[in-house]
Design a protein around this ligand. Structure first.
Ligand code: C5J
Length: 223
């Protein structure tokens, strides 16, 4: 039988085999997490996201030790912005928007410093980095192909922000038949109340989108 781990979780234990499970780290980019990035420009308190970094580093280390598939995503657009819907560009009527120059380069544009992943969680050789134009990691990307080709059936979902890109991706994954565990302390939001409710929405109704546990529960359950 495959080596399975059983994680105490909501709404009940999450069982998985590391060989068929991917760790998905969503949008841990400088633009969302660091002072002077896009997130802060929009008026958000980025320190609310910073607390996810330490637990996520531990989970990433464990996944690497187990040889699990690790996928990092980045939200952003081509330098010519041809993949940026005008609705996304203009929503919020901000002075600065996606593609505008900022202190970390052009906001959420691929190849720019602010668009890249924070140093503390930098991808290493062999880990997939998936650029996505939308909130969900399946939309207009090859994520599903990559997971299928690697025999992945289960996802451990982490990153930011809980109610936006983490939620959209988890919903998309659930509809495609993937069994998702969302880690409560490895996900974060600029709005603590949205974080709490977003997690409840995942595990409610018998796990309508998946499971929720903290990183400690996961790490203690690993083979
Ligand atoms: C947002 C994201 N919040 N990565 N992006 O705009 O959740």
């Amino acid at each position: 039988p495959p080596p399975t781990a059983s994680v105490p979780a909501e709404p009940y234990a999450y069982e998985f085999d590391p060989a068929t499970t991917a760790l998905v780290i969503i949008d841990m980019q400088r633009d969302f997490l660091e002072p002077e990035g896009f997130g802060e420009m929009l008026g958000n308190d980025v320190s609310l996201l910073a607390k996810t970094v330490e637990p996520l580093q531990k989970v990433l280390g464990a996944a690497r030790d187990l040889g699990m598939l690790v996928i990092h995503t980045r939200e952003g657009h081509r330098p010519d912005l041809t993949d940026l819907p005008p609705s996304k560009r203009d929503r919020g009527k901000g002075e600065k928007t996606i593609g505008s120059p900022g202190p970390k380069g052009r906001i959420l544009v691929r190849g720019e410093f602010g668009h890249d992943i924070i140093d503390d969680l930098a991808p290493i050789e062999g880990e997939a980095v998936l650029d996505k134009p939308g909130k969900g990691a399946f939309y207009a990307t090859d994520l599903e192909l990559l997971l299928k080709n690697n025999g992945i059936t289960h996802l451990i979902v982490t990153g930011v922000t809980t109610e936006v890109c983490v939620h959209t991706t988890t919903r998309e994954a659930n509809d495609r038949g993937f069994e998702c565990l969302v880690l409560s302390d490895c996900t974060g939001s600029y709005f603590p109340e949205f974080h709490e409710m977003a997690l409840k929405m995942i595990s409610a109704q018998g796990g309508i989108f998946g499971w929720v546990a903290d990183s400690e529960a996961l790490l203690s359950a690993l083979p």
